[in-house]
Write a protein that binds this ligand. Sequence first.
Ligand code: 2AM
Length: 181
Amino acid sequence: MRLFVALSLPDDLRVRLAGLAGGIPNARWVAPENLHLSLRFIGEVDGAQAHDVDAALVQIASPVFTLSLAGVDLFGAGDKMRSLWVGVDECAELSRLQGKIERALHRSGLPPERRKFKAHVTLARFKGNPGPKLHDYLAHHAVFRGKPFAVREFVLFSSFLSHNGAIYTPEASYALRPASA
Ligand code: 2AM
């Protein structure tokens, strides 16, 4: 199975993000139910490896925190424009959680992720040149801000690539530690 670790987003936020879809040529928009914030792509693993991944993630202790989405930006440029995404406000707790996940998965036997983590929620992937409308789109949505939300858990998803696009299924979720009263 193909796995990744991510944060789910509240329904109302996904509805708002889905409202950002449209208006750019050659963009394949992520289905609203698939919008998520990826923390670690794992890729293809067998049953034993999946078990080790789960055992590693269960061990992680990290506090509940608040996160806000803000701004839109791109991965890639020119002829190699890859994707359009919504960013997040600087968040030390998110970075710490991502670091813990990375280290736990490395200890469990996965090769280290070489790319620097950049928190984002992919809105669309480009299947061709988006053309000049992209600039208007970015200018128009630069001020996007999502309502802050509480992150209480992270989720291990499996990804199945069907003819109609990716189907993401939550396989396990891992609660964060509530702030002590
Ligand atoms: P993306 O949104 O930036 O494309 C499921 O595919 C999730 O894993 C997506 O959030 C995707 O990030 C992320 N991911 C990271 N590296 C990947 C890779 N090499 N192949 C597929 N998805 C990857």
